[in-house]
Design a protein around this ligand. Sequence first.
Ligand code: SAH
Length: 243
Amino acid sequence: MTENSILPKDCDPMGQAILDYQTTGKASTLKVLSTMFDDDEMSVPYLFRTEESFPKLERVALGMASGRVLDVGAGAGCHAIALQNKGLDVTAIDVSPLSCEAMRMRGLKNVQCVNFFSPMFDERFDTVLMLMNGTGIAGELENLPNLLRRAASLLADGGKILIDSSDLKYLFENEDGSFDIDLNDKYYGEVDYQMQYRKVKGKPFNWLYVDFPMLKAVAEDCGLKCKMVEQGNHYDYLAQITK
Ligand code: SAH
């Protein structure tokens, strides 16, 4: 995907699943394929989760959100809606026109179908939320500085980025506690995915999971501050990044 682009409607399985679920109350299976793992599926109702079913890290992130908030890659808008209901001023962005349509139907007031990396999007926020593996849209480790600098450029004075990810190291752990990770290979958190919903097959894309020490090192290289806010139950964590 180039930096300005949004998804074509006929090539957006997740968006189609979200819009179906929004309009009919049900959806078919949303398949997640990867060359690295067995075929899997993503729960569409999970994308519509509410306050009671947010995982701990997401609850903490929402509790810390303040002022003008940007929800990046908002999907079905679950976090944006929770914050709007609390009276916060929230803007939700997503590259999926179908997801954006669903979010508007759900009553979100500020929805923009725009790529996070597009320079056309130029506003300032007190909180930039990047949740459900927010580092994912960097795709590759090499692009992480770009993602962090871009998020930082959208911050108002005193603003913060709240971003979650996981250390995928556990996937490569042997029974004896050693790790099957080739340090000469690409970074182990770079995963390729392709999604399929009914007959709609999306383009393959890369999705980055990054361990906390790496996120902190890259953020500091970019001249940003990065601190661990909270650890989850499964190698996942929430971090806060500030200027
Ligand atoms: N944050 C939501 C959805 C996560 S799925 C939740 O927690 O439920 C990731 C979302 O990011 C998808 O809706 C996808 O369309 C969107 N996305 C991926 N790349 C993006 C980009 N470059 N700019 C904006 N949105 C993006």
